[in-house]
Design a protein around this ligand. Sequence first.
Ligand SMILES: Nc1nc2c(ncn2[C@@H]2O[C@H](COP(=O)(O)OP(=O)(O)OP(=O)(O)O)[C@@H](O)[C@H]2O)c(=O)[nH]1
Ligand SMILES: [Mg+2]
Length: 290
Amino acid sequence: MLDTTAAKQKTGFAVLVGRSNVGKSTLLNTLVGTKVAITTPKPQTTRLPVQGILTRPDGQVVFVDTPGLMKKAKDMLTKKLLDSVKDSLKDVDVIVYVADPTRSIGDEEKAMLAMIRNIEKPKILVINKADLNSPPFVEHYRDLAAEFTRVIDVSALTGMNVNALADFIFESMPEGEPYYPLQQLTNMKSEIWLAELIREKLFLRLRQEVPYTTHVEVEEMETREDGTLYVRATVYTTEERYKRMIIGKGGQGIKEIGQSTRNELEAVMQKKVFLDLTVEVDAHWVERLS
Ligand SMILES: Nc1nc2c(ncn2[C@@H]2O[C@H](COP(=O)(O)OP(=O)(O)OP(=O)(O)O)[C@@H](O)[C@H]2O)c(=O)[nH]1
Ligand SMILES: [Mg+2]
């Protein structure tokens, strides 16, 4: 419940930025308390600026997860992802810069820092993965403190210090009324979330470049009379040989991807799920991404 008799409510947008694989999406999920964004050990997992909403007695913050910055912004997908990060930074109230102290500061980090340097908003440096034993580059990131309003060590994975981070973020927000209904946790449509879940399973199962050739669309989603959730979705990939790799020997690959998606969906939805998953070749899906 929002307490309207207390001090003024805080409301605004906090954008999570940082290089690929630092744990932005994991942090978003921990902040919001539910799985809004997909996370994998592979870089460049996030493609959409997913919003997760945290409502507390003192207000509401909308977190925007962004794709991680990757080197070699030559291909069309990476270029589109970079544009989407720049877009997300336009109307932001607080910047949450997430760093991974197991990796040294490289070109990607420098490019990312340059991107936010001239934005005159509160900036919080989050040194993530604090659950790991003395990560080698922590001090290198601490040396960046002068560029930030605050620095905090957290573990997105275990939740360590994440509430303290949320407090910092709320403190830095402007006053205002909530943007979203109090129970809402994301701006994502269920079809998109489901497509993301399937993409997560593809990323977890496929090796090397194959996951990056894929895109998922959910065409149909309905609860049938017997209470089963029926889902029809297509996995697009750019070449016939990738299609064969995704389907796997005797269809085993796509079967396992379908099964792991279904297991998670059934646990979340508390109902039986029927998933009709096909694979198609479409060399131009990247162009269709908005
Ligand atoms: N040990 C540890 N691992 C973490 C932590 N946070 C994230 N990870 C792991 O780091 C990997 C990347 O996490 P993501 O949340 O997908 O990273 P991301 O920054 O969103 O990556 P992109 O979407 O590719 O930019 C996953 O394997 C996570 O489990 C943490 O606090 N501690
Ligand atoms: Mg991500």
